[in-house]
Structure formats: structure tokens, C-alpha cells
Design a protein around this ligand. Structure first.
Ligand SMILES: Cc1cc2nc3c(=O)[nH]c(=O)nc-3n(C[C@H](O)[C@H](O)[C@H](O)COP(=O)(O)O)c2cc1C
Length: 368
């Protein structure tokens, strides 16, 4: 089926800047972004233990031409076996990526049987290998197809679980951004997350937050802003420029695992804590990540995962920079363990604090 949707090529008037702070009765939502190769179940667990999110989204499950066995879904989203929640209780939505409407629908139907906290469709991935197989962001040039996929998936899910989609602003340029969003909404997506860059723009700053305001004006469903939010200040500017309440955090959440808590604290009028103080609170989470990642992946792959995280953490934490430099040449888990022990101490004994949405609470626990 092809959907009819109005051409929305004319620029819309940007929404009014959000008035901050928001009413606690309708708290702005903070979501943890899907990040393939980085935010797997181990990272989701650690990050949602460190701070609260309204929900997180898994790496994509690639759908191409066949009905996937259940283990394909549970491999990407082991949380499906635990009521689709992380250990901290954060709901986990599962993302699908593909371009064939009937096949996407068939797989969404199977996935819905597993009762994920939601099903999300990926129209943002810029990876050449994925795009070559007509998956991810390249489909943004084909609004009829987007609508067809969303329509068939929506019918297959039949209201059993929430249904969302994630998109960029376009492939080469932004001329069809509103059309693409409208197509997804027409097809039945209940919410759209907009990563405010085109595929061509990759991950280069800036993110074009005012474009998200245009999209939000053009569709009748809720829209979530995403892209380039690394700090509380970025968050406030993103909300002001997008005019939206709800924000999805990607690399910024990995680079500062307390960012969401920091944002909530700021909205409550609390003073921001310093990064130096928070490093102390972060140590048990690094320890926990290292233990869990070693259990999950082969020994030759575990060091890379820790280096990948430290590489982002060092944007914010000087101690992470030192640790990163010390660990960078090491290849063996045992050698890394020695350096880690010397750097962050025996934090394993203290365990990871319970999930909490304030940095202060975590810091207090970590100091005990
Ligand atoms: C390493 C990496 C992997 C990603 N994998 C996915 C993915 O599987 N699905 C998806 O929708 N977006 C994916 N993204 C995009 C992010 O969800 C997010 O939209 C993007 O990073 C912009 O947000 P940020 O600037 O806050 O990081 C990925 C991004 C990165 C950096």
C-alpha cells in the first residue's frame, strides 16, 4: 500500500522555546539512544544503574528476507527474558532495521509476541554496508516506502506494544525531512525520534535542532530531539531550539554516565556537581562494566570495549584520560586488570549502587 501524504516542502515556523524548568507533573523524558557496537546489554545495564532513563533502545536487529528465530531478538535484547527491563528496571525497546514492508511486519509480529517495552524502526543508520542493502537512512528519500513499512509494522503489532521510529533529517539534504516524518506518522508510528543531521552529515557537529521544531510542527505525534547533547548546557539549548521537552541522549550519555541525572538535578534547581567529584562515583560502574564485558565477549575483544568507553569518558574526566593512556597499549585482560586495580582501586567489593536519578545519591553511596 502506498500512503498519500501532503508535500511539506515549505519551511514551518519554529516552535516557541521550551519554558524551563518543566512541571514535575509532566517531567521531560530522557531516553538512552541505540548505539550499535557500544550500547549493548552490558552498557545499558551499567548506564541505567548509574542514572535513570525513561527507556532505552537496543542496537538494531537487522531484518532481511526471512522470519528471524527468537534467539536473534534475545541476542540483541537479552532483557526480553527479564520483562524487557534492565536490572535497574528501565524499559528496553527493541529496534528493527530493514526495508521490506511485509518482512518487517512479520518480524515485528514475532517480536511483539516477546513483549518488548516497545518496537522502534531505524531510519537513521548511515553505515555504507547497511545502506547498500537499502537499510537505515537511505530510505529517507523514499517516503512512500517509509509509510508502507510503518503501516504494515503498525498493523502487525496491533497495539500490543508502543511503536516508534527514529530518523535523520535526510540523505544528502534536508529537503524531504518533513515528508519523511509525515510518512512515518501517517503509517502509524506513535512517536518519532529525530537525529538532527542528514546521513551525509554523519556525526559532524552541529546538530540542526531547529529542524526538529519544524518536524514537530508538521506531525501530530510526539517528537523527541536527538543529537549532540553532551552537557546540561547543550540539553537546554537543544530544548530551546527544538521547542521540545523530550530528548534522547547518545554519545553524551556514554561520555558522562551521570548526564541524565545532572540534567534532572538542574531542572529541579540543584547545583551541578563537579566532574572531579563524580569520577569517584563512577569507579564502581567502570569496574562492573569490565567484569561484565569480560563475561560476554571473547578475551581478545574485551580490552577494545573498555578502551572505547574510556575514550569517550576522557572528554569529561581527567582520570579517564590517564587510565585510557595507561591501558591503550595493553592487549591482555590480565594486564588491564592490574592497571585498573591500581587506578580505581578495589571498588568491586562495594558493588554498584542502586539505580538513582541523582548524581548526589550515587556519589554518597560510592563514598561509603
Ligand atoms: C557507535 C554508534 C552506533 C549507533 N548505532 C545506532 C543504532 O543501532 N540505531 C540507531 O537508531 N542509531 C544509532 N546510532 C545513532 C545514535 O542513536 C544517535 O542518534 C546519534 O549518535 C546522535 O546522538 P548523539 O549526538 O547524542 O550521539 C549510533 C551512533 C553511534 C555513535
Amino acid at each position: 500500500m502506498l500512503c498519500s501524504h501532503t508535500s511539506l516542502a515549505t519551511p514551518m515556523i519554529a516552535a516557541q522555546p521550551a519554558s524551563l524548568p518543566a512541571s514535575p507533573l509532566c517531567a521531560p523524558r530522557l531516553l538512552l539512544a541505540p548505539m550499535e557496537g557500544m550500547v549493548d546489554e552490558v552498557m545499558r545495564r551499567v548506564l541505567t544503574d548509574a542514572t535513570a532513563y525513561d527507556w532505552c533502545v537496543t542496537e538494531f536487529v537487522r531484518v532481511s528476507g526471512s522470519l528471524l528465530p527468537i534467539r536473534f531478538f534475545t541476542r540483541i535484547a537479552p532483557e526480553l527474558l527479564a520483562a524487557s527491563r534492565t536490572a535497574a528496571g528501565t524499559p528496553v525497546r527493541v529496534q528493527l532495521l530493514g526495508s521490506e514492508p511485509a518482512c518487517m511486519a512479520e518480524n515485528a509480529d514475532r517480536l511483539a509476541e516477546l513483549l518488548p517495552a516497545g518496537i522502534d524502526l531505524n531510519f537513521g543508520c548511515p553505515a555504507p554496508t547497511v545502506n547498500r542493502h537499502r537499510g537505515g537512512a537511505v530510505l529517507l528519500d523514499e517516503p512512500e516506502l517509509l509509510c508502507d513499512i510503518a503501516t504494515q509494522v503498525s498493523r502487525a503489532i496491533a497495539g500490543r506494544v508502543p511503536f516508534t521510529a527514529k530518523m535523520r533529517l535526510g540523505v544528502q539534504d534536508k529537503s524531504r525531512a518533513l515528508e519523511a516524518a509525515q510518512a512515518l506518522a501517517d503509517g502509524g508510528a506513535q512517536m518519532i525520534v529525530v537525529h538532527a543531521r542528514t546521513k551525509e552529515e554523519g556525526y559532524r557537529p552541529p546538530a540542526h535542532w531547529p529542524w526538529i521544531a519544524r518536524i514537530a510542527e508538521a506531525v501530530k505525534i510526539p517528537v523527541v530531539a536527538n543529537g549532540e547533547v553532551w552537557t546540561v548546557e547543550d540539553y537546554l539549548r537543544c530544548r530551546a531550539e527544538s521547542g521540545l521537552r523530550d530528548v534522547m541522549l547518545g554519545r553524551g550519555a556514554v561520555a558522562d554516565p551521570f548526564l541524565a541525572g545532572r540534567i534532572r538535578g538542574h531542572l529541579r534547581g540543584e547545583e551541578l556537581s563537579s566532574m572531579a567529584e563524580d569520577w569517584h562515583a563512577l569507579r564502581p560502574f567502570i569496574h562492573d562494566f569490565w567484569q561484565r564485558v569480560q563475561k560476554k565477549v571473547e578475551p581478545r575483544h574485551a580490552p577494545g570495549r573498555l578502551k572505547q568507553w574510556l575514550n569517550l569518558l576522557r572528554r569529561n574526566y581527567v582520570q579517564a584520560e590517564l587510565l585510557y593512556q595507561a591501558i591503550r597499549p595493553l592487549r591482555e585482560c590480565d594486564d588491564i586488570q592490574v592497571v585498573l586495580q591500581a587506578s580505581i582501586g578495589d571498588v568491586g567489593a562495594m558493588g554498584v549502587p542502586d539505580a538513582t536519578d541523582t548524581v548526589g545519591d550515587v556519589r554518597e553511596l560510592a563514598h561509603h
